[in-house]
Ligand binder design. Structure first.
Ligand code: CDP
Length: 224
């Protein structure tokens, strides 16, 4: 479940319904307060909170403000939408993606130890990742299944700057291996080999699954 406060999300949804997705909509605090059935003070507090979470951006004038739901805000609404789809649609299924455990360049441990990434994964996946990524190599026959995953709803983990460096955006798809909640992670910009999948989890998967180099593990991805 999303970690956003329900009142904030209601406010975000109200702005989106007034036409604020990806383009500015003019809204007075009075109007917003009426729509949300609350006081203008409370409405303005919610806007501050949404702005702080980067779900909206705004240009404030004396008579009101132009508010835009950002890409992050839209993603948040889509997450809730996906939850309702899971509740009310019965067309869901799942993909199974088997792969062979291999070693990478040992960079996963470093990236997964960075606080801004850790925080966002916690927020989106509900766990703080074990420092590292488990790399799986797919067989050629399973690459079409891997490609189908691109059409599902991925979480976007934002990049950041620290110590004079920039760290890129990462996309993440919730999944499971056996019964362990995991996430497939794909770095935003770099071109990525299509037969490699990197997985994060709350635990060390080699130990938890009892797998070593060359052993098989199966990623399960549920979809609506
Ligand atoms: O690049 P490489 O996968 O070799 O290393 P890493 O990403 O820095 O991860 C450190 C070690 O932990 C590797 O042996 C991974 O396979 C393993 N790992 C794991 O067992 N479970 C995880 N959830 C993440 C990494």
């Amino acid at each position: 479940m999303s970690m956003v406060l329900a009142e904030d999300r209601d406010c975000l949804k109200a702005i989106a319904l007034m036409g604020g997705i990806r383009e500015p909509v003019f809204i007075s605090s009075q109007t917003l307060a009426e729509v949300l059935e609350t006081s203008p003070q409370t409405a303005s507090r919610r806007l501050k909170s949404l702005e702080g979470q980067r779900f909206i951006s705004r240009a404030i004038n004396p008579d009101g403000q132009h508010i835009t739901v950002t890409k992050e805000g839209e993603d948040e609404l889509r997450r809730e939408y996906a939850e309702y789809c899971r509740l009310f649609s019965h067309e869901g299924g799942h993909y199974s993606l088997p792969g062979i455990v291999i070693s990478g360049l040992g960079e996963g441990r470093y990236y997964m130890s960075l606080e801004p990434y850790k925080k966002q994964f916690l927020r989106h996946l509900g766990f703080e990742p074990y420092p590292g990524t488990l790399n799986l190599r797919l067989s050629g026959a399973d690459i079409p299944t891997r490609k189908k995953l691109d059409a599902l709803t991925w979480v976007v983990v934002h990049g950041f700057s620290a110590e004079g460096r920039t760290f890129g955006e990462v996309r993440c798809l919730p999944c499971r291996i056996n019964d362990i909640p995991c996430g497939i992670v794909v770095p935003g910009r770099s071109h990525y080999p299509e037969d490699i999948v990197e997985v994060i989890a709350p635990v060390g998967l080699r130990d938890a699954l009892g797998v070593k180099e060359g052993d098989k593990a199966v990623i399960e991805v549920a979809y609506d």
